[in-house]
Design a protein around this ligand. Structure first.
Ligand SMILES: Cc1cc2nc3c(=O)[nH]c(=O)nc-3n(C[C@H](O)[C@H](O)[C@H](O)COP(=O)(O)OP(=O)(O)OC[C@H]3O[C@@H](n4cnc5c(N)ncnc54)[C@H](O)[C@@H]3O)c2cc1C
Length: 300
């Protein structure tokens, strides 16, 4: 029978639902079923794919009852955020807003309140969409991904976590347990900007910048962009170019001139590659300007 891709209310195949209450139990289930199993967090990406029969997992492993994955807390150096923490909880956290305003800004831009009430931070990272808003912010914040598998746990820089569209370095028997997000340097300013067709849509291009000046010279610069390459990207060449320089109009122009060579956008239903190339420069200029204002202006 022809699958109706328009009627997305129906999940047109059978699957077994598992709801483990501990990390160990979840890992055992994943080891048993391998690539036949999929982790279910908020389901805002997964269920859409299942309804459209893009994937047909035989086992769903719901991780929302696992306490370790719902931890949210800061220490002296940064924040530990469990992978199953919902976006709305992060958005409403005064601690996140105060210490990681870039993440707060990115998450507030995602979907609708209804989506954020269901969706988790880990789901956004594991789906590995090139435009994932939280991923772009977390790259600029130099977050680390915490992974648990049958042989133990490991920590990897988030930059190495993404392999391409919908592909991460997670194996089918591994779980992203959370991220550790270091605080940006004292006195840094940041900005997240997302250009989308509507407020509910995924980004045409998004950008996150963290910047700190000392005596007018760039002391710390991190730039990440989304929807301009197969995976969310750090623009390290521009970071290095700006570091140690004054943000003169000439330096800024030169930095903007480096954007095209740093990205590999495609044409899709949201925008053409040419448009993405052009708008990336505009967003970089705007994000740097806002980050500078937020860290006290060019003279700081
Ligand atoms: C209407 C709508 C609007 C949206 N708007 C935006 C937006 O503005 N910006 C944006 O970036 N996204 C947006 N999204 C996409 C989606 O909401 C986010 O990516 C969300 O964060 C996914 O989280 P989730 O918990 O729902 O993931 P799920 O759908 O549960 O899972 C997504 C994928 O990650 C895997 N997974 C989940 N958790 C883990 C884990 N801990 N370990 C290993 N694998 C795991 C799942 O198996 C699945 O493959 C939107 C979606 C909808 C439906």
């Amino acid at each position: 029978m022809e699958i109706n891709r328009v009627n997305t209310r129906i999940i047109p195949f059978r699957f077994e639902y598992h709801s483990p209450s501990s990390l160990g139990e979840a890992l055992t289930i994943l080891s048993r079923y391998g690539s036949e199993a999929r982790i279910l967090a908020g389901g805002t990406d997964l269920l859409v794919d299942m309804k459209q029969r893009l994937i047909e997992p035989r086992h769903l492993v719901d991780i929302k009852r696992i306490p370790e994955l719902k931890l949210l807390g800061g220490d002296a150096g940064g924040f530990m955020i469990g992978s199953a923490v919902r976006l709305r909880e992060l958005e409403r956290s005064e601690a996140i807003k105060g210490r990681l305003p870039l993440l707060h800004e990115a998450i507030s831009s995602m979907g609708s309140v209804q989506v954020r009430n269901m969706a988790t931070l880990g789901g956004n990272l594991c789906r590995a969409s090139p435009s994932a808003d939280a991923a772009v912010a977390l790259l600029a914040l130099e977050a680390e991904a915490l992974i648990a598998g049958p042989t133990g746990t490991k920590k990897v820089p988030l930059e190495g976590f993404f392999l391409g569209p919908r592909a991460t370095l997670l194996r089918p028997d591994e779980i992203l347990t959370g991220v550790y997000v270091p605080y940006p340097p004292e006195g840094a300013g940041s900005a997240f900007i997302k250009l989308g067709r509507t407020s509910l849509d995924l980004a045409i291009v998004n950008i996150a910048v963290v910047l700190k000046l000392r005596g007018g010279i760039v002391e710390h610069c991190r730039i990440a962009m989304g929807a301009v390459a197969p995976k969310p990207l750090r623009l390290r060449n521009i970071e290095s170019f700006l570091s140690g320089r004054g943000l003169t109009p000439e330096a800024l122009e030169e930095a903007l001139g480096m954007v095209e060579a740093s990205i590999k956008p495609i044409t899709d239903i949201r925008a053409t590659a040419d448009y993405r190339r052009e708008v990336s420069k505009v967003l970089l200029r705007d994000a740097i300007k806002t980050a500078v204002e937020r860290c006290g202006g060019l003279g700081s």
